[in-house]
Design a protein around this ligand. Structure first.
Ligand SMILES: [Zn+2]
Ligand SMILES: [Zn+2]
Length: 234
């Protein structure tokens, strides 16, 4: 993430951005010692995040202690498990819950990246779908370069080629129900939508827009997500 660019783009949100950056850095620091396991099955890692709790729980506890100055008063592995499996945390104060969710999200994302680097043999060469062939997350952003489009997974960092004239969510290739819009002030990014499944994808035109990483471009174009949602796309 290009934090300097983000701070410049959202001058009124400085405190929030610095808070997010601080937490991310603490988690990455704690995750530096984590050794991602080698996997043998076909991996759709997002389906099985609960299985990886033992791998990241010590790092999450370390990050918690680093951030708050005290060890967590709850069992980190148990809390992560219920977050990953049930989508909820055990009973705790609201501020703690939010901190735990932010730590867990960063740690799982970092882990997915590490798993992907460790297990390239699990990624199919040919992949014609909009969900990530490694972790199963749907792509929210893609890039057009020359005449090729690549989709990018914001969870694990994998990119893969995808046909331009097809909806990555449902495979619809009927141009009468596919379309796009742009927003004033956001150069070189279009929201491509599909009226069949009501989903959308942000696509960055590399010819027009100078190169940021996918995460930064995603964060710089949140206004487009707002507009898409207003149009009932998800
Ligand atoms: Zn992925
Ligand atoms: Zn569709």
């Amino acid at each position: 993430m290009d934090w300097e660019t983000l701070l410049k783009a959202y001058p009124t949100q400085t405190d929030i951005i610095l808070g997010v950056r601080y937490l991310r850095e603490r988690v990455e620091n704690a995750m530096a010692g984590v050794d991602a396991p080698k996997l043998d099955g076909p991996c759709r890692a997002m389906d099985d995040l609960g299985d990886f709790v033992p791998v990241i729980a010590p790092a999450c506890a370390l990050a918690w202690k680093d951030i708050t100055g005290a060890s967590p008063s709850f069992d980190m592995a148990e809390a992560l498990k219920s977050l990953a499996v049930e989508g909820d945390t055990p009973e705790m104060a609201q501020a703690d819950r939010e901190r735990l969710e932010a730590i867990a999200q960063n740690a799982f994302s970092r882990l997915l990246g590490l798993l992907r680097e460790k297990n390239p043999h699990l990624i199919p060469q040919e992949w014609n779908q909009g969900d990530c062939p490694f972790c199963g997350t749907y792509a929210r952003i893609g890039f057009d370069e020359e005449d090729r489009r690549t989709l990018h997974c914001l969870s694990c960092g994998h990119s893969w080629r995808f046909p331009r004239l097809r909806c990555p969510s449902c495979g619809n290739a009927d141009y009468t129900t596919l379309g796009y819009f742009e927003a004033e002030g956001i150069e070189g990014v279009r929201v491509h939508f599909c009226r069949e499944c009501s989903r959308y994808l942000k696509v960055v035109d590399r010819k027009v827009r100078s190169a940021h990483d996918a995460e930064t471009d995603d964060a710089l174009t949140l206004e487009l997500d707002e507009l898409a949602k207003k149009e009932q796309f998800s």
